[in-house]
Design a protein around this ligand. Structure first.
Ligand SMILES: [Zn+2]
Length: 269
């Protein structure tokens, strides 16, 4: 349902233009998303410890016992990685509902913040007018994106772990050396997941900002720079500029990777 917030504010006695409070994503919501990604990495750590490394040690032993003979001692290792593919696909399927729950959580949090910001500024209470339905496309888009990202994180971990294992086998590295390599792979995946969680929360929050402002009939909005340490200079220069969706630059606030800029709602009377 779309409505005219400016008219409602006027009726509530508001007589001057104003800025609404910016909605800043919380670390807790970011951690909630990161936790789901970590489930995949923990599963890889467990599989590495309980199955991959024991299989690796056995392959080394077989090779040492039969050195000089024609053989395929690494064959079982290849089989193991082939088995793991479908196992992890099943795990990823179980995580989709958790990712969906996270988008629901973020939407509810954002809606409450938006209602509070409007109420504080204008005295207009939007509680009964807003629900998740109006922004379900934004939620569905971010869900689809995360389903794809989490499966990519898992696939990348798998191929890098396999590379550690087979390269280790080729140079006859002891199992503990390969274990260290796998640990490093999982550390990199962990950092990537944390970055994804922060970026995806930012993107969903920005999209919700835009949808809620459009819904309220607020055509104009103010570019707010995040104050981050390493900003895009051309974003910083836009700080305080007022745009409409027609006049706005192509790279909207929060769309480029790690852009913390915000689209601030303003009431123009
Ligand atoms: Zn920016």
């Amino acid at each position: 349902m779309d409505f005219d917030l400016a008219a409602m504010a006027r009726r509530a006695g508001v007589s001057r233009s104003m800025d609404f409070r910016i909605i800043v994503p919380t670390k807790a919501l970011q951690d909630d998303l990161a936790r789901i990604y970590m489930k995949v990495l923990r599963a890889w750590a467990t599989v590495a410890r309980d199955r991959i490394l024991p299989a690796y040690s056995q392959a080394l032993e077989r090779r040492a016992a039969r050195d000089g003979m024609v053989r395929d001692d690494a064959g079982p290792l290849g089989d193991l990685f082939r088995e793991l593919g479908p196992e992890f696909e099943r795990l990823l399927l179980t995580l989709t509902p958790e990712l969906r729950d996270w988008t629901v959580l973020v939407e509810r949090w954002h809606r409450e913040k938006w209602i509070a910001a409007v109420y504080t500024a204008t005295g207009v209470d939007l509680t009964t007018m807003l629900g998740p339905l109006e922004v379900q496309q934004a939620m569905a888009d971010i869900l689809a994106w995360n389903v794809s990202l989490i499966s990519d994180v898992s696939a990348q971990a798998q191929s890098k772990i396999a590379a550690e294992v087979f390269a280790g086998y080729q140079r006859r590295a002891p199992a503990r050396e390969v274990a260290k390599g796998i640990q490093a792979v999982l550390q990199t995946s962990r950092r990537r997941s944390l970055n994804i969680a922060s970026d995806q929360l930012n993107k969903l929050s920005s999209e919700l900002d835009a949808e809620r402002q459009r819904q309220a009939g607020l055509d104009e909005w103010k570019w707010r720079h995040s104050g981050k340490l390493h900003p895009r200079l051309w974003h910083k220069e836009r700080d305080g500029n007022i745009y409409t969706d027609k006049t706005a630059p192509k790279d909207l606030p929060g769309q480029l990777p790690f852009c913390g800029c915000k689209r601030q709602a303003i009431l123009m009377l």
